[in-house]
Design a protein around this ligand. Structure first.
Ligand code: SF4
Ligand code: SF4
Length: 340
């Protein structure tokens, strides 16, 4: 199911060393996405074929006291809605209840230990007693009310916490929740502030080579084809696997056509050096790429995109228009035509 991630807020209270937000490489701000802007984003996303709206990316969504109103907007448009949270806070019981009652489809709760001692190694600043109190409250609430939200307890697995994984799995079962282990990225003793600052991305961009070292014909990045991430300023980021640094911004979601967003991301100079696993392109992927690249180059339309709207064909100037990048895009168009 294709998903758009939208940050409701530009902050997280935790200090996870494995996270650009936790280390404040992405500094917290007081920014909250205005409701009217959010509504327009979700409407556009629905029009573009997104079926799922995740109210998170590099943030803690429950810090926005209007979270239930945002969920209602998503549900009023008939879309699937999910939230990922730490539940590491007190005094927000009513907000949690209101969010579940608003029709939230999925609540993902991330922990990295079963004891406070282990949990706080990665979830720095977290309070596992509060997490458990909130989880147990949700479990009781769902036993009393016809709430359909799927609760997923996610265990972030690192070398230092492997022994506690079965304990968390048993706890999830006891609560009646789903359980999912997920391999954590990085290590707590080597914070991302040592290597993932914006300058390191700028260096990779400066070192851009069209050699496409990690990219192969016939393959696509699933994050580009199946997801899009929009921050609390309404800006599209390259992908949810990388920080939403200004250097990696694609442009304002509401001002760009679906095709333009696809081309800007697909031709992004960071991707050739990225090792994120690709997948084989589907027929639908090929059609979308052919269509978007043709529009970008004003080439004759060989394919009609099923969901394409009239505004998708509009002429939008971009800042990717260097000769080198255009040549690269032309090369890609040629190759996809050969595949098409
Ligand atoms: S809870 Fe999530 S967003 Fe917040 S610091 Fe940790 S990993 Fe980052
Ligand atoms: S940077 Fe990597 S994960 Fe992100 S869109 Fe490019 S290839 Fe995909």
């Amino acid at each position: 199911m294709s998903i758009i991630y939208v940050d409701l807020i530009d902050a997280c209270h935790m200090k996870c060393p494995t996270c650009v937000r936790g280390t404040r490489l992405l500094p917290n701000s007081s920014r909250r996405i205005p409701m009217e802007q959010f509504e327009r984003i979700v409407e556009k996303a629905k029009h573009e074929g997104y079926e799922n709206v995740g109210l998170y990316n590099w943030t803690e969504p429950f810090l926005n006291a209007r979270i239930a109103d945002y969920i209602r907007v998503v549900k009023s448009l008939g879309l699937h809605c999910e939230v990922s949270t730490t539940l590491s806070f007190r005094g927000r019981t009513a907000l949690i209840e209101e969010s579940l009652r608003a029709g939230l489809n999925k609540l993902i709760v991330s922990v990295s230990g079963f004891t406070q001692e282990i949990h706080q190694i990665n979830h720095r600043g977290g309070d596992l007693a509060m997490v458990k109190a909130n989880l147990e409250h949700i479990s009781q609430l769902m036993a009393q009310e016809p709430i359909k939200t799927q609760i997923l307890l996610r265990f972030l697995r690192f070398d230092h916490n492997r022994e506690q994984e079965p304990l968390v799995a048993d706890y999830a079962q006891w609560l009646g929740f789903a359980f999912e282990p997920l391999q954590g990225v990085g290590t707590a003793d080597n914070p991302v502030s040592n290597y993932a600052h914006q300058e390191s991305f700028l260096k990779r961009l400066r070192d851009y080579s069209p050699a496409r070292l990690q990219m192969h014909d016939g393959e696509v990045c699933p994050l580009i084809m199946d997801t899009v991430a929009v921050d609390a300023n309404g800006m599209v980021s390259l992908c949810c696997a990388n920080p939403n640094y200004p250097a990696l911004e694609i442009g304002p979601y509401l001002d760009l056509t679906r095709d333009e967003i696809l081309v800007r991301r697909y031709a992004h100079p960071l991707c050739p050096s990225c090792t994120f696993p690709r997948r084989d392109a589907t027929t639908a992927d090929r059609k979308r790429l052919l269509h978007a690249l043709s529009v970008r180059l004003k080439a004759p339309q060989e394919t009609e995109s099923p969901e394409a709207s009239p505004e998708d064909r509009s002429d939008i100037s971009t800042d990717l228009g260097t000769n080198g990048m255009l040549d690269d895009i032309k090369g890609r168009l040629k190759r996809w035509r050969a595949f098409g």
